[in-house]
Design a protein around this ligand. Structure first.
Ligand SMILES: [Cu+2]
Length: 176
């Protein structure tokens, strides 16, 4: 086999490895969703007066928006997204909601601007059900974000490294 052909799989694997680590560091360096009130995919039993979202990084004072809509797409927030002044780390956003929301499913779309110059977007839902027992919200699903969760990327990186190790071993065994 000509030597340049034997180099090809090696280059492909190194490229894959590089891309994996680049995407991993990118995901880890952004202001991602950490938690919220109401919680993502949770059910609340009384009309919330505001939506609060905590992120993983410090945010800029400008350029952040939380938009909350009802099931018909009508805006129910008051367009006053702001940093939570009670959070000295500046990782928390707040938007106030129209009073007296009725039962239903609400969608929260957020966009943030972190101090490292990056912007992230994401979305989650919560349900308002005045008759529901709080136990109904016992198993909230992970929130969806604009990017994969860091642990998912790290898992992919680990799998990639294992795959490369396995491929290299195969190559060595074929040569001997
Ligand atoms: Cu970033």
């Amino acid at each position: 086999m000509p030597s340049f052909l034997r180099l090809k799989p090696m280059i492909a694997m190194l490229t894959l490895l590089a891309l994996t680590f680049i995407s991993a560091s990118r995901a880890l360096a952004h202001a991602d969703y950490v938690s919220s009130e109401p919680p993502a995919n949770g059910t609340v039993t009384s009309a919330p007066e505001r939506v609060v979202i905590v992120f993983s990084q410090e945010l800029k004072p400008e350029g952040n928006t939380i938009r909350v809509t009802d099931a018909r797409g009508n805006q129910v927030d008051r367009g006053d997204t702001t940093l939570d002044r009670n959070d000295p780390n500046r990782k928390t956003l707040i938007v106030s909601l129209s009073p007296g929301l009725s039962d239903g499913v609400y969608t929260v779309n957020w966009k943030n601007a972190s101090t490292d110059g990056h912007s992230e977007t994401g979305r989650f839902r919560f349900t308002l059900s005045a008759g529901a027992t709080p136990a109904a919200a016992a198993t909230p699903l992970p929130a969806t974000s604009g990017e994969e969760a860091p642990w998912l990327v790290l898992l992919a990186a680990g799998a990639g490294v294992m795959l490369i190790g396995w491929a290299l071993r195969r190559r060595v065994m074929h040569q001997s």
